[in-house]
Write a protein that binds this ligand. Sequence first.
Ligand code: SF4
Length: 364
Amino acid sequence: MAERVLGGELIGRQDAQRLIEVTGDDLPDLFYWANKIRIGFKGRKIRFCAIVAAKVGGCSEDCKFCAQSSHYQTAVEGQSKLTDQQILDSAEHAGLVGADSFGIVNSGRGPTRQELETWIGPLLQKIAKQGKTRACATLGALTPETASFLYESGVRRVNHNLETSERFYPEIVSTHPYSERLNTLKTAKQAGLSLCSGGIFGMGESWQDRLDMVFTLRDLGVDVMPINFLNAIAGTPLSGQEKLAPMECLKIISVCRFIFPGVELKVAGGREVCLRDLQSWIFFAGADSTMIGNYLTTYGRTPELDHQMVRDLGLSWDVYEDGPVAPSSEHPKISRVSHTGKFNIPIVYESEVAVDESVLPTHA
Ligand code: SF4
């Protein structure tokens, strides 16, 4: 089957069904072939991207995995925003640590025109003009007008995840329909934007749900597929959900690579907590991309550790249009700034402040 994929054939549902039946001692064989497909389609360079939580919390929606929903009592209290300077600093440092894309992420169902015109749009324009990293946006549902506005602001890619299959979706979200997510992706594509869309694995969905989502994403023509593994957040309805086992995470990556040979497969949230010591296997299981730095409401690890991991594997990373990357010794140390309230969200890379490892959470 891998040879057929390497020859340019797109596999169908029956073939995918055979892949998910691979278990136990045969799993490394699945990884082996997914790795061959990665090299065949994506080469030996991987990609990093980074995000910043510009507006956090206070969200009207009820996504059961999310710390930012106002429906649940989590460590995120109310809504807070970063300053423009904090966001621009994050973008600059994301470029310096090798992120070829940088996403501004806002909580909420979708952006208002005023928010775009007076806040997010000008920031995205500045980041796009600096040219150190690709300006991306995760702002929720888009209309033809807001999608075109983003394009005119210099944005070339938006992220909007399907999260799961259409069948399983009502178990996870009730305040906005699956069709809204599909429409946002179609609308963004019509506006000329590249699509980054994936989902969260480990929310209680079946393998059939996983395949449904991946085939839907393939039909939509997404360019980047983020693969998140649920890192259950205290206070959300999914807080008791067991973590996926590392080998299951790797199998998900491999199956996605077989189905989606040419897409940028990006391992994002949950990498550290679900894969633990096996996180370096993601590339040899078929991924060609990962997120660097911190997530929206949880910590990642330092960029230096990810750089070392990639080098140790004999791989290297692509930078945005040959943008400048500081030598490793000059990489800024990771620090963090607070949104208001007790919730401490890690976002900004500050060059002068050394990281205090003692405050890093255990992810327990
Ligand atoms: S995932 Fe987005 S839309 Fe859903 S609750 Fe969280 S911030 Fe709101």
